[in-house]
Design a protein around this ligand. Structure first.
Ligand code: KFV
Ligand code: CO
Length: 193
């Protein structure tokens, strides 16, 4: 049974997440009820007034910015040329991430990046994606203050995670991926700088 099914949907839940050596545990609040506004029988007795977005949010705002939009490409050089010649976007950072079997070029756009990705080996997730779907949008990286806290929030809501714990990403970040099948078809990467 998932944590989502176990929790009482009419009450707030509080989770305490360890954040590292010496640091105090951080509290995240999962707010109930989960079914607010979903009923066809009219509002519950104590909810006669429409709720604001803040009141109906399941958890406190964990996503602080778009970190990167990742695009799978067959030829990194060609894609870099396209963005430079068409939009004047230039490479801010390049890196091979061995653990993921990818080479990336990060193009800065304001405070976010376009992450051009190409596989470095046949068993790379990006190689599989290119073979099945062709070039295109691969994932979205959302910036978070604390990857461990955000990951626990995803798990608490019954989300399927691809990383049980935060792990190293590119340019010294800490990241964790969420499966697209429990995220409305989008592969999500949580990114802590
Ligand atoms: N977006 C949306 N749907 C996707 C997807 C994607 N990127 N990749 C796969 N799917 C769908 C796919 O269409 C299929 O759906 C199902 O997920 C299983 O896909 O309806 P369908 O046809 O059943 P498979 O079998 O093609 O792939 P699978 O072996 O399951 O791998 C998919 C996944 C998401 C589990 C795998 O790609 C993964 O573990 N990704 C996380 C790691 C990653 O993507 N690394 C590369 C980027 S590294 C990076 O960005 C870093 C380090 N960084 O710092 O920014
Ligand atoms: Co990424």
């Amino acid at each position: 049974m998932s944590p989502l099914q176990r929790r009482n949907p009419h009450e707030d839940d509080e989770l305490f997440v360890e954040t590292g050596a010496g640091a105090p545990p951080r509290k995240i609040v999962i707010r109930g009820p989960l079914d607010a506004g979903a009923t066809t029988d009219g509002p519950a007795d104590d909810e006669a007034e429409p709720q604001s977005d803040e009141e109906t949010a399941a958890v406190d705002g964990l996503l602080t910015e778009i970190d990167h939009v990742a695009i799978a490409v067959n030829d990194l050089g060609e894609a870099i040329d396209y963005y430079r010649e068409t939009f004047g976007a230039i490479v801010d950072h390049r890196e091979v991430v061995e653990s993921d079997g990818v080479e990336e070029a990060l193009l800065k756009v304001a405070e976010s990046y376009i992450q051009l990705l190409t596989p470095t080996r046949d068993d790379s997730p990006v190689a599989k994606y290119l073979a099945k779907k062709g070039e295109g949008l691969h994932h979205i990286g959302y910036r978070v203050d604390d990857c461990a806290v955000a990951l626990e929030a995803v798990k608490a809501q019954g989300g399927r995670v691809l990383d049980e714990a935060p792990r190293p990403g590119s340019r010294g970040t800490t990241v964790a991926f969420i499966h697209p099948k429990t995220a409305f078809g989008t592969l999500i990467e949580l990114v802590q700088e």
